[in-house]
Design a protein around this ligand. Structure first.
Ligand code: ADP
Ligand code: MG
Length: 359
């Protein structure tokens, strides 16, 4: 049986706003789950229902198979890290870390051992006597994480814990949190709007939009098998290119060029004749020049962005635009006319109406 079960969870706020719709998920012990989606999609609301900070309007939340809807936050044995670190400003790092254990009446010497161990894991040993205001943002965030892990609870909830850090600190803390998770093994639910954080940290990702789950899967599954246009466009940077067009005689247009879909859709194409379809391909899954078993597209280079390990090439063909990711050594000249190939196997097709993937 799953460790945490979220069964048809709904949240309707007192003002009538339906923020989370029929949320279903089973989480195994020790998993690192990431909720990802744009601001306002219901990530924090769902997390707060799990934490016991927000009432569940309908549906059931089970911990170890037992209904937990009515349990308060303390009874649920969860530790939460918020975006604002919520440290006690007048207490030293040591006291911030020790506080929850002191409240529980844990012995002083046990507290000392646990604080020392936690400080060591997080590289805070030399800062134990400092007040939070004498720490950098990254160090404060470490104290906040430390305060959560010191409690040794089974469920660890984090709501955008890295969003107040600069880009470099975020990358460092990202791998530190993953490392800590490996060491302590607590079941973790981590909320972010950043797809890179989701992809690099998660065992499984839950992609949300407008209060609905769009897809649940491993980073690999979401990248290679997106269920719909939203997931395909959300996961990956730069995002997947889409051409939306009506299928005519088995083809769609890319600018003034025809893309014959017969190779990709075969028999299923018949039901799409006269209907709209999305043709998707990732910037990094193209090849420059004319390759075999591929669509060949002629286009004009509008702009190139040299990023070091690759170059983003912005191209247009008639009214259509696309981004291509190429090896920096192959960067084309601005305004050049080029041909690129999209291997058939790298093409994704989605229903123009439902936006669901066409397998
Ligand atoms: P996220 O964390 O994904 O950015 P939230 O869960 O905070 O999103 O919010 C989801 C939606 O619910 C938003 O549209 C937000 O405005 C709304 N919302 C959040 N809290 C309340 C509240 N207390 N009352 C009414 N609506 C709320
Ligand atoms: Mg939020």
């Amino acid at each position: 049986m799953a460790y945490l079960t979220l069964k048809n969870l709904n949240k309707i706020y007192p003002n009538g706003f339906h923020a989370v719709h029929n949320f279903n998920l089973e989480i195994e012990k020790g998993e690192f789950i990431v909720f990802v989606g744009s601001s306002g999609c219901g990530k924090s609301t769902t997390l707060r229902m799990i934490a016991g900070l927000e009432d569940i309007s309908s549906g059931e939340f089970l911990i170890d198979g037992k209904r937990a809807n009515e349990l308060g936050p303390r009874q649920r044995e969860v530790a939460m890290v918020f975006q604002s670190y919520a440290l006690y400003p007048q207490m030293t790092v040591y006291d911030n870390l020790a506080f929850s254990l002191t409240l529980q009446g844990v012995d002083e010497d046990v507290i000392e051992q646990r604080v020392e161990k936690t400080a060591k894991i997080l590289g805070l040993t030399e800062y134990l006597d400092r007040l939070p205001r004498a720490l950098s943002g990254g160090q404060r965030q470490r104290v906040a994480v430390g305060r959560a892990i010191i409690r040794k609870v089974g469920i660890f909830l984090m709501d955008e814990p890295l969003s107040n850090l600069d880009a470099k600190q975020r990358v460092t803390m990202r791998s530190e949190i993953t490392q800590i998770h490996k060491e302590i093994g607590a079941t973790t639910i981590y909320v972010t709007h950043d797809q890179t954080e989701a992809m690099t940290m998660a065992d499984r990702i839950v992609v949300m939009k407008d209060g609905y789950i769009q897809q649940v899967g491993t980073p690999h599954e979401l990248y290679f098998d997106p269920a719909n246009v939203f997931v395909a466009g959300f996961i990956g940077e730069p995002p997947m290119n889409f051409i939306k067009d009506t299928v005519k005689n088995g083809s769609i247009s890319f600018g003034d060029q025809k893309i014959d879909l017969t190779a990709k859709l075969g028999d299923r194409l018949k039901s799409y004749e006269g209907k709209e379809i999305y043709f998707g391909f990732r910037p990094e899954s193209i090849l420059l020049g004319e390759e075999a078993d591929s669509y060949h597209i002629s286009c004009n280079v509008e702009l190139t962005e040299m990023l070091g390990d690759n170059t983003n090439v912005y191209v247009t063909a008639g009214q259509e635009q696309a981004i291509l990711k190429v090896d920096p050594h192959d960067t084309p000249a601005m305004d050049a006319q080029i041909v690129f190939s999209i291997p058939y196997k790298n093409v994704y097709l989605f229903d123009g109406e439902t936006e669901a993937v066409i397998k």
